[in-house]
Design a protein around this ligand. Structure first.
Ligand SMILES: [Zn+2]
Length: 228
């Protein structure tokens, strides 16, 4: 490689790679740009990523998983750990492509005394041993709270987190000193409705995503009453 006098080639490569990955996420229908979106928080934004759609295209997910695996290939990994259905699909793809041939385990999210927590099913506990090298995989990291729970879980078991791989990370998220690799690192501004520039321009507000979340909630709570 010849040293270029212009832009830093690593920065250019990262920029190009992120653009490609954003296009892939757009193709799945997960990434929406140039919109005016109502967020569950009540704030407005121009971009949105719909978590449930990011891993719906197997060949894309495999390709993206392979990129994450390649990044972490120099590190030995015994276990790939995630939580949540989208992250689990991605973690399978990462593990499949990693040269250490790690096993895949997942944590279960729940509440304990009103606090969110992640636990490992008892069947997996023999797989995450003291000194096991664990790679954490997440689809979207927006606040970092799930990753922090996973890091704590691994460390409580005496194992070691070698890194965190994800499809998307909001750049405002700080993660406690672990190597993080995200295919897209991107943040977008969110606005209070009173201060929203899109509202000021009378751009119609897209409430679809919030409506879908509301519609989804009861169905995930009401288990079908199966006859036993
Ligand atoms: Zn607005």
């Amino acid at each position: 490689m010849s040293p270029g006098p212009r832009k830093d080639p690593v920065a250019v490569e990262t920029e190009v790679r992120e653009k490609i990955h954003l296009e892939i996420l757009k193709r799945t229908g997960a990434y929406h740009a140039n919109d005016h979106v109502l967020l569950p928080s009540g704030q407005h934004t121009s971009e949105y990523i719909e978590k449930t759609l990011v891993t719906t295209e197997p060949s894309f997910t495999e390709g993206l998983g392979a990129v994450i695996a390649k990044h972490f290939a120099p590190w030995p990994v015994d276990v790939v750990l995630s939580t949540g259905p989208g992250a689990l699909i991605l973690s399978h793809c990462v593990a499949r492509a990693h040269p250490s041939r790690p096993v895949v385990v997942y944590g279960a999210k729940g509440l304990s005394a009103g606090k969110r927590r992640v636990t490992i099913p008892v069947e997996f506990q023999r797989l995450v041993r003291p000194a096991s090298k664990v790679l954490l995989i997440e689809d979207l990291v927006s606040t970092g709270s799930t990753i922090t729970l996973l890091i704590n879980l691994v460390e409580q078991l005496g194992a070691e987190v070698v890194g965190v791989g994800c499809l998307w990370r909001r750049t405002s998220v700080e993660l406690t000193g672990k190597p993080v690799f995200s295919l897209v690192s991107r943040d977008f501004p969110t606005y209070d409705p009173e201060e929203c520039p899109l509202c000021k321009k009378s751009v119609p507000l897209n409430e679809e995503f919030v409506r879908r979340r509301h519609a989804r909630r009861p169905s995930s709570v009401q288990e079908p009453k199966a006859a036993l």
